[in-house]
Design a protein around this ligand. Structure first.
Ligand code: GLY
Length: 350
């Protein structure tokens, strides 16, 4: 068992089988579970042991569920179940479940405790840690949300065994992002990418721990993303634009974002060429094994418009968070027209 603390109230536990801790964490009176249809289909027997029927909300799996009407239905069901201020909400699922369940917990009675139990690689290494909660709005990812920290996060790698292949590989978007921010994670990825893609559990445990330790440090220093936490958006400006336009998953879109923004940073002389090429070859290795829609120079004008809503933009500038050299990141600011030109050049050379 390994433990990481963001602060005294926020504990992250990493252990195979630790999801059973729900039994010890739940209160005798009124708990609530938010999960999704995929997770519930696989784990209903396990989850029904801990929650009564009226304490369970199963949302339809997929990003489309991150909307106001699902949020309203969760809150309605929480009220009908008679949750009180000290009741606990458990979020068992991937990033979508964590985001909307966390937001529900932050709103109900002005905030009740919640516990994240992420079931996907993406959620285990990234979204379940750090307290970002959100729904999408007006076609823009995560436009409405709050920073609201879970009291506990239980990372149980047993869940990864049942992940569909595409969902599993999507997690590599965030995994490789951490490689771009942390030299030790980059080394682990470069040396072991085949073993990791094949779900070598001991390598995975090592990597999951390293990613969470990295993120926990960043969040402890800059919870509200005023400065260092922006680094966790590496590749995400373009990633979110691609995700809003195509039907690619978050992780797949982030892989594209990492590739296209790294190529831009290399061209602009911001990122060391040799390091950029090594980083790109990791991204390409994962992308190669995925079915994806075509990103071509002819569709850049359309999807690039989505960056105008990015939360990192300042004045009229589009901000990209990019790698510079091992362990170092930086920001590039571009006008919208410059951004479109850079993306066209990156797509062409990809
Ligand atoms: N996923 C980026 C962050 O939590 O800041």
């Amino acid at each position: 068992m390994r433990e990481i603390f963001i602060n005294a109230e926020n504990r992250i536990l990493i252990e195979n089988g630790c999801a059973k801790t729900i039994g010890a964490l739940r209160l005798d009176y009124k708990n609530f579970l938010v999960t999704d249809s995929n997770v519930y289909a696989l784990y209903s027997e396990f989850l029904n042991e801990y929650f009564d029927k009226d304490e369970i909300y199963v949302l339809r799996a997929g990003e489309e569920s991150k909307n106001f009407s699902v949020l309203e239905r969760i809150l309605e069901k929480m009220a009908q179940a008679g949750l009180q201020r000290n009741s606990k909400l458990f979020a068992v699922g991937g990033g979508v479940v964590g985001d909307i369940a966390g937001l529900s917990a932050s709103l109900y009675m002005r905030g009740i405790p919640y516990i994240q139990i992420p079931t996907t690689l993406l959620a285990q290494i990234d979204s379940s840690v750090g307290g970002k909660t959100a729904i999408d709005f007006l076609g823009v990812k995560n436009l409405i949300g709050a920073f609201y920290q879970p009291t506990q996060t239980l990372i149980d790698t047993c869940f990864l065994q049942t992940l569909p292949d595409r969902e599993w590989k999507s997690g590599f978007g965030e995994l490789i992002k951490y490689g771009g921010l942390n030299g030790e994670i980059f080394r682990l990825l470069e040396q072991n990418i085949d073993g990791i893609l094949n779900k070598d559990l001991s390598l995975l445990n090592e990597l999951i721990y390293a990613c969470i330790a990295h993120k926990a440090g960043v969040v402890a220093r800059d919870e509200k993303e005023e400065n260092e936490r922006k680094s966790l958006n590496l590749g995400h400006t373009t990633g979110h634009a691609i995700e809003s336009y195509f039907t690619l998953s978050h992780g797949e879109s982030v892989l594209y974002g990492l590739a296209l923004e790294t190529l831009t940073a290399m061209r602009l002389g911001v990122c060391e060429k040799e390091y950029g090429a090594r980083f790109l070859s990791l991204v390409k290795k994962v992308l190669k094994s995925l079915p994806y829609e075509k990103i071509e120079t002819s569709n850049v004008d359309e999807w690039a418009k989505k960056v105008k809503y990015d939360k990192k933009n300042r004045l009229d500038k589009i901000t990209l968070v990019v790698i510079k050299k091992v362990n170092e990141w930086t920001k590039i600011e571009l006008s919208f027209d410059e951004y479109v030109t850079e993306m066209k050049n990156s797509v062409q050379s990809f």
